[in-house]
Design a protein around this ligand. Structure first.
Ligand code: NIG
Ligand code: FE
Length: 411
């Protein structure tokens, strides 16, 4: 591949720093280079620094003038449900008319209605829809996502979803880190304990054998999987070498954060109802919280997780979209930045750190999430002069261009 020089960034937000997730005051240190440039070779960052310095070393390289725009590492979205069929606009209208997420699920909407559509879809149908959604993410400046299965709930349908993620990785520039979430809901056609056994005895061994996922997740919640069932499933996954994430304390404070700490999970996600004891448990076990304000917003709730307390406790906070058809139909990390700043009182630099470098480490990736020599040239360029504008203006796209591994994505 030819070398490429990106020149004249108003702010090059590098996130350069220690090779680990950032905590406390470090979350505010973005390593900004004014009037910056990047020299890219073979899809990786060769040199990054002031524009004049890069220009001197750019002989023979293709030059791209950034025109005084803001440059960030591509966002890393560490919690999505990327692959599903259809949508849930009917649930959306019912919520607008006053019904709750739980009421709608009981009445035949909710996760189960997406499961029925996803089971009926072919792998090719799911791939086509997922590919369209992947383009949405890229248009918002996101170059890597974590994606969960969980709308199949049979051995074959869960594997079908995970194979779609693998195909996206192989056939598109979009980068997907796969998580098995067989325990997303108890299927209507299978009683709870029997389904837990199916997840442990049949699904997990197949997922591990076919190397279809790096992580295992569960929805630990009243009416879904209780703490005991979640512990069983996650322990079995750990035995098979999968790393752990979990949907915990979203609707009720059921001890989910403590369970993730006990199991040494990589992340505990949602945490809307987690209290100070849960926060302390996460800190002691070095578990990263993944906060999903898009789902709080879209469910019409005001119960945002306690981001400030988590940052003050020294947790390496992550922000993600929770992109899914039910509770968070947004692929937009800039929207999540806006919610994080306005609703959870995170500062703009903290929110950027949480959606880039901290997210990358939560996925066990050390070659993305910051712009430093040797890292993948996953770069997002935005039509603004100050990176804080990304969180400030909301509801419209500011993405100008996106590069994945040094290649510009057209959209
Ligand atoms: O992360 N909490 C469980 N799962 C999703 C919602 C999925 C759905 O409603 O389809 C979430 O919010
Ligand atoms: Fe989720």
């Amino acid at each position: 591949m030819k070398s490429l020089a990106l020149l004249h960034a108003s702010q090059l937000v590098t996130l350069a720093g220690p090779k680990r997730p950032r905590v406390g005051a470090e979350m505010s240190e973005l390593g900004i280079i004014r009037d910056g440039g990047i020299l890219i070779r073979d899809g990786r960052i060769a040199i990054i620094g002031p524009r004049a310095e890069i220009e001197k070393k750019a002989a023979g390289a293709e030059i791209v003038d950034l025109g005084g725009r803001v440059v960030l590492p591509g966002f890393v979205d560490a919690h999505t449900h990327l692959v599903f069929a259809g949508n849930r606009i009917d649930d959306f209208e019912r919520r607008a008319r006053g019904e709750t997420y739980e009421q709608i699920a009981k009445a035949g909407g909710g996760i189960w209605s997406t499961v029925e559509k996803t089971r009926a879809a072919t792998e090719a149908d799911l791939f086509a829809q997922a590919k369209k959604h992947a383009e949405w993410f890229l248009k918002c400046g996101t170059t890597t996502v974590e994606a969960k299965s969980g709308y199949g709930l049979t051995v074959e349908d869960e594997l079908k979803i995970l194979r779609v993620m693998r195909q996206l990785n192989r056939e598109t520039p979009f980068e997907v880190v796969s998580t098995f979430l067989g325990a997303h809901a108890v299927p209507r056609d299978s009683p709870g304990e029997k389904y837990v056994d199916l997840v442990i005895n049949e699904m997990l061994p197949r997922v591990a054998k076919e190397k279809l996922a790096e992580f295992c997740d569960v929805f630990c919640e009243r009416g879904y999987f209780d703490v005991e069932q979640s512990r069983k499933i996650l322990s079995a996954a750990k035995q098979l070498g999968l790393k752990l994430r979990g949907h915990v304390d979203q609707l009720t404070n059921s001890g989910g954060a403590k369970l993730m700490a006990e199991l040494g999970a990589a992340t505990a996600d949602h945490l809307e109802k987690t209290d100070e004891q849960g926060i302390a448990a996460l800190k002691n076990a070095n578990v990263q919280p993944v906060l999903l304000p898009g789902s709080v917003y879209a469910l019409g709730s005001t119960s945002y997780p306690r981001a400030r307390e988590m940052i003050e406790a020294g947790l390496a906070v992550v922000l993600a979209t929770d992109f899914n058809p039910g509770s968070s139909p947004t692929p937009s990390m800039p929207m999540v930045l806006s919610l994080a700043c306005t609703q959870m009182k995170m500062s703009p630099p903290e929110a950027i750190t949480a959606s880039t470098i901290n997210a990358a480490y939560s996925l066990n990736r050390d070659d993305i999430g910051s712009l430093e020599p040797g890292k993948a040239a996953n770069v997002a360029i935005f039509d603004c002069e100050d990176y804080r504008e990304l969180a400030y203006w909301f509801g419209f796209p500011q993405t100008h261009a996106v590069f994945v591994r040094g290649k510009q994505i057209s959209f």
